[in-house]
Design a protein around this ligand. Structure first.
Ligand SMILES: [Zn+2]
Length: 195
């Protein structure tokens, strides 16, 4: 995707969503500023509330008073495991930070809902069986998650993730989730094989 396409897509998010929560996109153009925003959202505690199928997990993996909590972190790794292969992986803390920051930001806007996880860590075997998945997907490294949030459009969710992002944000119009990862900073719309 060329830079022009990215800019056009960002503009379309701003125009199409009509969402107040996206207003900071205009103010946070630089990576450093985006990183500062995420740091501010995560200043006191880092909690992720997620659901995946019939499982619900709410874990505070870091707090200003106590620092990192290994047990809580491992609960999140379990929730984001490769279910098909029955394998758990050490998830990238930076990915968890983006997910936690997204939830704080949504809560500030009055949306208190769990992240619906569609995919987290994937073994190479599981990844190869997924139609359209990239061979070198960040899911293989515990650096990506595919998510949705009930009541939040995927365009808005992808826009917010890109503002907080420490990596890539992918949005797939034909598939019902947003891909967030901690790879190179980039944003794309389709193609499916990017996920
Ligand atoms: Zn993905």
């Amino acid at each position: 995707m060329r830079t022009g396409d990215v800019l056009r897509w960002r503009r379309r998010i701003l125009i199409g969503s009509g969402c107040a929560a996206l207003a900071p996109l205009r103010a946070f153009g630089a990576s450093a500023a985006r990183s500062d925003r995420l740091t501010g959202l995560l200043a006191e505690r880092r909690t992720i509330w997620l659901v995946r199928g019939g499982e619900e997990t709410r874990a505070t993996y870091w707090s200003a008073e106590r620092g990192y909590d290994r047990d809580q972190y491992l609960q999140l790794c379990w929730a984001l495991r490769d279910i098909q292969a029955d394998r758990v992986f050490a998830m990238d803390h930076r990915l968890l930070d983006v997910l936690a920051g997204l939830q704080v930001w949504l809560a500030q806007g009055g949306i208190k809902a769990p992240l619906q996880v569609h995919s987290g860590y994937r073994t190479r075997t599981t990844n190869q069986q997924l139609e359209g998945a990239a061979l070198n997907s960040r899911h293989l490294l515990g650096q990506a998650a595919d998510i949705t949030v009930a009541g939040v459009g995927n365009v808005k969710l992808a826009g917010m993730a890109s503002v907080l992002g420490r990596g890539g944000t992918g949005f797939y119009p034909g598939r019902n989730f947003v891909h967030v990862d901690t790879g190179d900073e980039r944003i794309w719309i389709s193609p499916p094989k990017a996920g």
